[in-house]
Design a protein around this ligand. Structure first.
Ligand code: NDP
Length: 328
């Protein structure tokens, strides 16, 4: 069997996760890791796989079937995505929701120019949660959809706390409010505000001699990040942070409730994820979509795609016949 030859672009949390995911998919092999840093300073886990500077990417043009782009959504992907898809099939986890239409258009144009496929915004949200929203909304045409996130680490909010004066280190968890989740599950279609749906838990290591009261107030009143939420601030030591908060768990729920018929029959659809490692899980989603990109490209298709455009059977290692026999 010819293996799908994978390249990883950017070696951070998601990049490392993709390396581990490729190892678990027997129809794939990792050909190279690309980085903007000096390659000799980036140590990867797989023996015998080269780390190459992104400037030299084209030297691998004929040796890679799909590049999995693992750069950040804020500034990396909008630039490198369209450049790379001109020369390679790509998968990425672009998650700046408001900019997805613009990113899709740019990727579509560049992918068509290069004759390649670029599947964008793959992961769990956007990604698997998006698919569950579309299935639920298409089935229960009249109803309400709710997404709850957590309990999980929000990188952006953790970074915002770290910038507060007197803070040495910090981590922030987004936590769904249990009563709100239960209300939604009951199918009564409640109207919920931002504050009703999620809590924000902050664990902060303060610098020596810092004013703890001031730090707490600054965090709780930070506009856009915390002021619209019930927020708790707990001061801990650096050792506690390392021992109890070094994993990157996440997860959440997509719930839709709606009615059918004339008798007020209610239905509730729920999809939930509970992830020990957000990056390893996201990377596993990226890996199976790389298989779909490979197959679409082999069929001669080009342009950008989102998860909405990919048939589920394309993700599986199994053949269409096996899927019909085993999973239908
Ligand atoms: P990281 O910050 O860990 O990595 C981003 C990039 O930074 C890497 O590609 C790497 O590029 C560079 N980098 C990483 N470590 C270092 C280092 N020690 N020194 C210097 N540069 C470094 O981000 P994540 O991997 O955690 O996340 C990437 C994106 O994935 C996020 O921006 C987010 O948008 C998206 N995401 C999407 C999800 C979804 O469900 N759709 C879920 C989770 C994340 P290089 O090697 O070139 O230097």
């Amino acid at each position: 069997m010819d293996k799908i030859r994978i390249g990883i672009v950017g070696y951070g949390n998601i990049g490392r996760g993709v390396e581990l995911a490729v190892e678990r998919n027997e129809d794939m092999e990792l050909k190279a890791v690309f980085t903007r840093r000096a390659p000799e300073t980036v140590k990867i886990m797989t023996a015998g796989v080269p780390v190459i500077h992104t400037d030299d990417m084209l030297s691998m043009k004929d040796e890679i079937d799909v590049m999995i782009l693992c750069g950040g959504s804020a500034t990396d992907l909008p630039v490198i995505g369209p450049e790379i898809v001109k020369n390679f099939n790509t998968i990425d986890s672009f998650d700046t929701h408001a900019k997805i239409p613009e990113y899709f258009a740019n990727m579509d144009q560049a992918a068509k120019e290069g004759g390649n496929i670029g599947i964008i915004s793959v992961g769990w949200d956007p990604g698997l949660f998006s698919l569950n929203r579309i299935y639920a909304e298409s089935v229960l045409v009249q109803g309400d959809t709710y997404t709850f996130w957590g309990k999980g680490v929000s990188q952006g909010h953790s970074d915002a706390i770290r910038r507060v004066k007197g803070v040495k280190n910090a981590i922030q968890y987004t936590v769904p409010v249990e009563e709100a989740v239960e209300k939604v599950r009951s199918g009564c279609g409640p109207k919920l505000t931002t504050r009703d749906k999620h809590l924000r838990e902050c664990y902060v290591v303060a610098e020596e001699g810092a004013d703890l009261k001031e730090i707490e107030e600054t965090i709780k009143n930070m506009p856009n990040y915390f002021s619209d939420y019930d927020t708790t601030v707990t001061f801990i030591t650096e050792e506690e942070l390392k021992a109890n908060h070094s994993k990157m768990p996440h997860g959440g729920f997509v719930i839709r409730s709606g009615e059918t018929g004339h008798d007020g029959n209610k239905h509730v659809i729920e999809y939930s994820l509970k992830l020990d490692s957000n990056p390893e899980f996201t990377a596993s989603v990226l890996a199976c979509y790389a298989r779909a990109a490979y197959r679409l490209s082999k069929k001669g298709e080009t342009g950008a795609r989102s998860v909405f455009d990919i048939a589920p059977g394309m993700l599986s290692m199994k053949s269409a016949e096996e899927l019909r026999a085993e999973l239908l």
